[in-house]
Design a protein around this ligand. Sequence first.
Ligand SMILES: Cc1cc2nc3c(=O)[nH]c(=O)nc-3n(C[C@H](O)[C@H](O)[C@H](O)COP(=O)(O)OP(=O)(O)OC[C@H]3O[C@@H](n4cnc5c(N)ncnc54)[C@H](O)[C@@H]3O)c2cc1C
Ligand SMILES: NC(=O)c1ccc[n+]([C@@H]2O[C@H](COP(=O)([O-])OP(=O)(O)OC[C@H]3O[C@@H](n4cnc5c(N)ncnc54)[C@H](OP(=O)(O)O)[C@@H]3O)[C@@H](O)[C@H]2O)c1
Length: 542
Amino acid sequence: MSIASPPPIRQLIPESAPFTPEQRTWLNGFFAGLVLLEDAAITPLSPAESAALMPTGPAVAKGPLDDGDDDEAPWHDQTLPLAERMTLAQGRPLRRRMMAAMAQQDCGQCGYNCQDYSNALVLRTEERLNLCVPGGKETARMLKTLYSEIDVAPRAPATVATPLAASAPSVEPGRSRDRPVLATFLSRTRLNKRGSEKETWHVEFDLADAGLDYTVGDSFGIFPSNDPTLAEAVIEALAAPADFPIGGRALRDVLIEGVALGPAPDMLFQLFSYVTGGDRRQKAKALAAGDDPDGDAASLDVLAAIEKFRGVRPDPEAFIEALDPLQPRLYSIASSPKVDPQRLALTVDAVRYPRNGRTRLGVASTFFADRVTPGQKLPVYVQPAQHFHLPADPSVPIIMIGPGTGVAPFRAFLHERMATKASGRNWLFFGHQHSNYDFFYEDELAGMKAARVLTRLTLAWSRDAEHKIYVQDRMREVGRDLWAWLAEGARIYVCGDAKRMAKDVERALVDVVAAHGVRSTDEAIAFVADLKKKGRYHQDVY
Ligand SMILES: Cc1cc2nc3c(=O)[nH]c(=O)nc-3n(C[C@H](O)[C@H](O)[C@H](O)COP(=O)(O)OP(=O)(O)OC[C@H]3O[C@@H](n4cnc5c(N)ncnc54)[C@H](O)[C@@H]3O)c2cc1C
Ligand SMILES: NC(=O)c1ccc[n+]([C@@H]2O[C@H](COP(=O)([O-])OP(=O)(O)OC[C@H]3O[C@@H](n4cnc5c(N)ncnc54)[C@H](OP(=O)(O)O)[C@@H]3O)[C@@H](O)[C@H]2O)c1
């Protein structure tokens, strides 16, 4: 049987158009596809015609994502700082470097995972560069620099990288930031006792009207609003009327509910550079470019930025446009639907810190701690975990390492394993500052230990003694047993601080494997890497 040769691709892009031969070939293929799709509405394409449209073979140049770079992404590690991630991605295609600029949490807060977000930016199906909450301003700035490399090629079809929400069948309400549902805030209870330096809250929601379900390991997305006092201080500093109309809403309302008042975005300094002169203009331009002329850039939230350029009077609408949108925040779910499908719990550490004479407030955490009232309905969604799940086999032993708020998903795991009468053994490493004040869920954990659901509880109090004791110190102390659990097929889960704890815990695990698995350090590193590959080592760190 002979195979008919495919028809040549139509030349739709004139030779005189300002494209390289490769770009022209790709664009011809792309537009030919669109034209033929229209034709196909009348006459179906033959297989040969369809084949001719596929961007394969030497005749058709590659699309922006077909750059042959599907290798592992060594920068895909949320514990690495941005500079290190960018170094690892050096020389890779733009979409890969854009991926390296993301915080690598695959948390879904932006509506994508890290790879899909960067692909969507390269394909220009997504234009917002400031969606990566964990990456913050650093990521947004790097993306802005990289974005300038995107050439003038027209938008590609929007089918390759769509937000998780739009691409998955799970586009149901309450499954992404784009389709939140209303849930009722029930209560907050302080988890630290009097005398603690921390302020952590057990928060509960009623899901009865939300029609939401979830799995342990998932996170809960919430849309906070800003502290009204801060919004009012901004209005006063701008000397603008609080009821100035912006898109049909009052300036005050937009400042409370619509925009981020945290780190001042580059756009704001750019705006200031337009409405101020002389030395101040140069400073504003420098800040907009990411420089730090006075050594205070890191401390400039929106209010501090206005105060720095005291007397600037931008148009309130232009001011709002220069700010970033207020983003949702994610919290690890600390309850199991197997215990009560309608009641969902979180463990939230309130972020408050002094800076230049003012207490700065974390938006969402203090929204829970101070501003939301029981009975209030809030827009929320469930962000399904990608890998942070209990083993499907209930007999598999699990080791959970979760200091501070990192205990949240492990409370959920333990509740679930208790409710389902899972036979697998459970070992929790918990740690915090003081045993007297910061022992979250102490009674519950004692109850689960008595009920033999919690097989083993190992505690590390960092500020009870002269020397700090952290969970990783305890891991080394009980390394022999840890190795025995691993050898019996246990899975390891780590939750909490990404910047320091997660790295230190991994290092401790390598030491344990080397010491008790009798391996060289290199072999132990490879062993731990293999645990990750095999889905036996999971991190949910932030
Ligand atoms: C998947 C996932 C799960 C999470 N689970 C939990 C959880 O279970 N519990 C929990 O509490 N959080 C959790 N977080 C973190 C949470 O989403 C928020 O980031 C956190 O509550 C802070 O948000 P915020 O709006 O209160 O603070 P923001 O307004 O976002 O402010 C936080 C920023 O303030 C700055 N900052 C904070 N402290 C200081 C300081 N001492 N000095 C100087 N600057 C400082 C930092 O720049 C920080 O990024 C999770 C995050 C992710 C991605
Ligand atoms: N994005 C945000 O703004 C935000 C909001 C909430 C929490 N977080 C972060 O999320 C993490 C959890 O916060 P949290 O309040 O639950 O508790 P935390 O600050 O992580 O503290 C929990 C315990 O971990 C200890 N610890 C500190 N460094 C460690 C290390 N390298 N290895 C192991 N343990 C270490 C602490 O000890 P010492 O304190 O005595 O050193 C404390 O005993 C923190 O990193 C926190 O900064 C971030």
